[in-house]
Design a protein around this ligand. Structure first.
Ligand SMILES: Nc1ncnc2c1ncn2[C@@H]1O[C@H](COP(=O)(O)OP(=O)(O)OP(=O)(O)O)[C@@H](O)[C@H]1O
Length: 238
């Protein structure tokens, strides 16, 4: 399976954020999306998830020799600031989500099976989501996609909110998920990108380009990425 982005364009007011962005992502790999503040990473994710309408271009899924448009239900989107019903407990929410997605789930799984998979402690399962830390909320979001297994999973700056232990658990989880999904995550942390990703993609001047794979683990990697990002003419000074 491949996700093919072709000439994706998005302008806000007079600001051209995506200018013909194209790239092919493959199942079985973790992709890191790098770009400066304001480069358009979230905008690209929003366009792919259907949250923002793109002005031009296409996102296609190619599988078993057939091509079709990417649909909203193909995409699992882990937001940097998770949006969850704060008035429910984690358990209530997961149970509700399981009830409405019953046909997509593996039979005989219980909410606790999923909490176990995410290493969410027993005592936390029955607390209100309102009181969860940022990292816990991200975990709950990830848990939803473990259940429904959308083919494309987008993670917007996901691991930055995790402590070292949880970050390691999440890295292992992402690695274990990659054979069945196209995983793309945006990050500003180069170390994380090199550590976790099979490929890096740079969003620069509204376009996507690969970081050559021989650079990924070379000593010149950081300097090369900084060079690639330096000429971002419309990035915001952060
Ligand atoms: N709904 C909107 N209306 C107007 N401008 C927007 C909107 N959404 C994003 N922008 C602008 O588009 C540009 C790209 O923003 P975006 O959030 O996609 O960048 P980013 O690469 O995710 O940045 P960061 O790394 O800081 O999160 C910014 O200049 C932003 O102000």
């Amino acid at each position: 399976m491949q996700l093919v982005l072709d000439q994706i364009a998005k302008t806000f007011d007079n600001k051209k954020v995506l200018q013909g962005a194209g790239f092919t992502f493959e199942k079985g790999k973790i992709y890191g999306l790098l770009g400066r503040n304001g480069a358009g990473k979230t905008t690209l994710f929003n366009c792919l998830s259907g949250e923002t309408k793109m002005d031009g271009g296409k996102a296609l899924i190619e599988e078993n020799g057939t091509t079709r448009e990417l649909r909203e239900q193909d995409v699992g989107y882990v937001y940097s600031l998770p949006i969850l019903p704060e008035f429910l407990t984690g358990y209530e929410f997961v149970k509700f989500f399981m009830d409405i997605n019953r046909e997509k789930l593996e039979p005989n799984k219980t909410p606790d099976d999923y909490f176990d998979l995410m290493s969410i402690a027993e005592e936390d399962r029955h607390r209100l989501i309102k009181g969860y830390s940022h990292g816990m909320k991200n975990k709950i979001q990830m848990l939803l996609f473990l259940m429904t297994k959308p083919p494309v999973i987008l993670l917007d700056e996901p691991l930055t909110s995790f402590d070292v232990i949880v970050a390691l658990e999440m890295k292992n989880l992402l690695r274990s998920m990659k054979q069945d999904h196209i995983l793309i995550f945006s990050t500003h942390i180069l170390q994380l990108a090199t550590d976790l990703c099979d490929e890096l993609v740079v969003l620069n001047n509204g376009q996507l380009s690969p970081v050559p794979s021989d650079l990924l683990r070379s000593p010149e990697f950081e300097a090369s990425v900084i060079e690639l990002l330096k000429d971002e003419s419309h990035a915001e000074d952060a």
